[in-house]
Design a protein around this ligand. Sequence first.
Ligand code: HXC
Ligand code: NAP
Length: 295
Amino acid sequence: MDKKFSEPMFNGQELKDKVIVVTGGGSGLGKSMSRYFLQLGARVVITSRNLEKLQKAASEMEKETGGNVLPVRCDVRNYNEVETMLAATLETFGKVDGLLNNAAGNFISPTERLSAHAFDTVIDIVLKGSKNCTLALGKHWIKTKQEKAVVLNIVTTYAFTGSAYVVPSATAKAGVLAMTRSLAVEWAKYGIRMNAIAPGPFPTKGAWDRLLPGDLKEKFDISKKVPLRRVGEHQELANLAAYLMSDFSAYVNGEVITIDGGEWLQGAGEFNMLEAIPQTMWDMLETMIRAGKDK
Ligand code: HXC
Ligand code: NAP
């Protein structure tokens, strides 16, 4: 099969001179997107709660790309830590152009089993964390009259469909989507663009350990939920993120772009279950329908 989608879409310096903060940039999808931003000439700040992990990821990505990475410990739940992270970014790179709100917390659970604190924990990382970073960097951009800046929020398709068993995450991601669309309008006058990506399943250790623990991975073949019958590859998400971070997407604002192989629509369409009907049965079904018409 032609796997063009797993190749880099841009190959030049499309993000040259940009400084981009990636929350949760030391693992999973955040790391894959950071790596590609670096390949395209950006300088990248990666943040999470675990400095050791960030330092390891930073030196690995610097070696791979020849780029410049600043690892900063920052729990996005705490506004003062976000302000400190912004100060460290400005001190090292002198400016910041983009924010990728990617950090998240999530796990499957029947909602009635959750303590109030468990529910809060996920809301705080996803919604409050994205709010904290957006507010701190937004205030900075507005105060310094920066000509242009970009915020890109990683949500999920259940931000708009909702989903059982991940209710804190669905609630928080829906809030992030509402913030995206609201600020896209309010802050456009300051040159700040605000978009979101809603990924379908892209295997990462962080997500798979918490959403498909143990043998759930084998029990539920997630690719079967996807009309294209495969999961996503990190590079194809990175391609989309790089486009939305770049000046090539200058007229895209307030948009949420789904990249899920058609997964959420497969679950939504009233008669999509007819996919299970073998081709050989359709002659018989058609005959039955046509016969019924004359009665
Ligand atoms: C019920 C749980 C629980 C579980 C934790 N808690 N795990 N309750 N079932 N499996 C409860 C704890 O008992 C505690 O409540 C509260 O949640 C906070 O737990 P801590 O472990 O103290 O929190 P913390 O150390 O801050 O860790 C946060 C975390 C953890 C969310 C619980 O999983 C984490 O660090 N996650 C970060 C990475 C991540 O989640 N990646 C996946 C993203 S995937 P009490 O009341 O006991 O104090 C994603 C997209 C999915 O978002 C879409 C796929 C298609
Ligand atoms: P991941 O590797 O677990 O990424 C989550 C990141 O968030 C980790 O690097 C984690 O780092 C960081 N983080 C968690 N709590 C934090 C906090 N309080 N402050 C700062 N950083 C924190 O999982 P992933 O799959 O790559 O997820 C990345 C993003 O994609 C998330 O927004 C997720 O919702 C979204 N997404 C993923 C999928 C998928 O299929 N994988 C699908 C749809 C959406 P530390 O633990 O070191 O803090």
